[in-house]
Design a protein around this ligand. Structure first.
Ligand SMILES: CC(C)=CCC/C(C)=C(\C)COP(=O)(O)OP(=O)(O)O
Ligand SMILES: [Mg+2]
Length: 415
């Protein structure tokens, strides 16, 4: 595959902030956070931006602003042939995948987030039994979140994203997948867990039983606590956005489970529709909360913004399908992912299906970048620009984590 050349989104756009700095492109608007309810259990090429827009995207220039020149979004070296990584622990990128490398996440921040998240998991929510500790550590969530949110102003902001990420994975593992999960009865479990995010409002007689239920298992304890921290940092509309995205996620889990129960093999487009919901979307869409500012609700709701977010989530999620392919082949039963569905539905060899899935991913990435650039040009509001950049950096950080998490993922032997 030819080198993709400069990023079509914003050629040398600074994307990652030193945490000592505030991004200059959008004022940090610390809007009033949503209050915690008392009863809640406490809990291809895109258009080139015009010069003025490009200046905003790049941040300041001129004398004295060098320190504000944030880490650039690096270009993707796309190797024709796999190359052995300098350090085998770093993993290697999927040959032919279109992605942007990111700078190594700040090790001091990674260490602090890792320390604090373990403390939260063990002491605050009793997340896992002792024998799952290795898997918790191997998930490397501190590195993941620092890579995805380089503009977070403080470690506290990073922790908001990190707790949610851990909680989301706890629900997926314990309710849906290989830590006791099952499609049977999933709807009931997910709905009750969803009330940890979107509280039940009922009569005084029934409220206490509901509040108590949120402590009944690790996924609910994690959702309840992570959401409580989140709403302290988020505005009401940011919290509402997150609840909507999580409802989408749970709908996706349910479709996947229903198909597993009836042994239904979806068409490729049907699989892609399910995966648009069973998707990383709730993670990049909190980038403004984690960055300490707000993308106003009416700008978030714009159809062109919604399309950008769906494409970003879809590209990020197909990255997971590609990097987790061998792990999922080794898991019991048939685990759906894009290469598996392509192989079955389009009668392709495993290798050709995997290569086609890479192309699907690359098309999604390019569409995401083109649509984001078009939106930036059409609506050059500072919070929109910063948000789009935050989403793009999240996509890149997500790829970085998948590539480098060799504890969890390994590539198939297709090259
Ligand atoms: C963090 C978050 C919102 C996760 C929701 C859904 C999810 C776990 C993924 C999109 C990752 O996919 P998958 O379940 O296939 O994960 P692994 O391949 O097991 O890492
Ligand atoms: Mg997967």
């Amino acid at each position: 595959m030819p080198d993709p050349g400069p990023s079509p989104l914003w050629p040398s756009l600074p994307t990652a902030a030193s945490h000592a700095l505030t991004l200059p492109t959008a004022p940090v608007v610390p809007a009033a956070p949503e209050s915690v309810p008392e009863v809640a259990p406490q809990g291809v090429p895109a258009p080139t931006p015009p010069p003025a827009l490009e200046r905003v995207l790049r941040g300041p220039s001129g004398l004295g602003t060098a320190g504000l020149s944030l880490v650039p979004r690096l270009e993707a070296p796309v190797p024709e042939k796999p190359t052995a990584p300098a350090d085998p622990a770093e993993g290697r990128p999927i040959p032919g995948l279109y992605f942007h490398p990111v700078p190594e996440p700040d090790p001091a921040r990674v260490a602090e987030v890792s320390r604090r998240i373990k403390e939260w998991a063990v002491d605050e929510v009793d997340l896992f039994p002792d024998d799952w500790e290795g898997q918790f550590d191997g998930f490397l969530v501190g590195r993941y979140m620092v890579a995805c949110h380089p503009d977070a102003p403080t470690v506290d902001h990073l922790m908001v994203a990190t707790r949610l990420m851990v909680a989301e994975n706890a629900v997926d593992d314990c309710y849906c997948e290989d830590h006791g999960g099952s499609p049977v009865g999933l709807g009931g479990r997910l709905l009750l867990a969803h009330t940890a995010l979107d509280p039940l409002h009922t009569t005084a007689a029934y409220q206490p039983q509901w509040a108590e239920s949120l402590h009944a298992d690790a996924p609910r304890r994690a959702y309840r606590s992570a959401m409580e921290y989140f709403v302290r940092q988020a505005t009401p509309s940011q919290a509402d956005r997150y609840r909507h995205d999580m409802a989408r996620l749970h709908l996706g889990y349910l479709a996947e489970a229903a198909w597993a129960e009836t042994d239904h093999l979806p068409e490729v487009w049907e699989y892609l529709a399910m995966r648009q919901f069973n998707n990383f979307r709730p993670c990049p869409t909190i980038t403004d909360t984690v960055g300490g500012y707000e993308l106003p609700a009416d700008l978030h709701a714009r159809p062109d913004m919604q399309r950008v977010l769906a494409l970003a989530g879809n590209a990020s999620t197909i990255v997971n399908d590609l990097y987790s392919y061998t792990k999922e082949l080794d898991s019991p039963g048939r685990h759906l992912n894009l290469p598996v569905v392509l192989a079955e539905r389009e009668s392709l060899s495993e290798k050709d299906a995997y290569l086609k899935a890479i192309e699907v991913h690359n098309d999604l990435m390019r569409d995401f970048e083109a649509e984001a650039a078009a939106l930036a040009a059409a609506c050059p509001v500072p919070s929109v620009l910063r948000f789009l950049r935050g989403v793009a950096v999240w996509v890149d950080g997500n790829h970085h984590w998948h590539r480098t998490n060799t504890y969890r993922y390994s590539l198939p032997d297709f090259w």
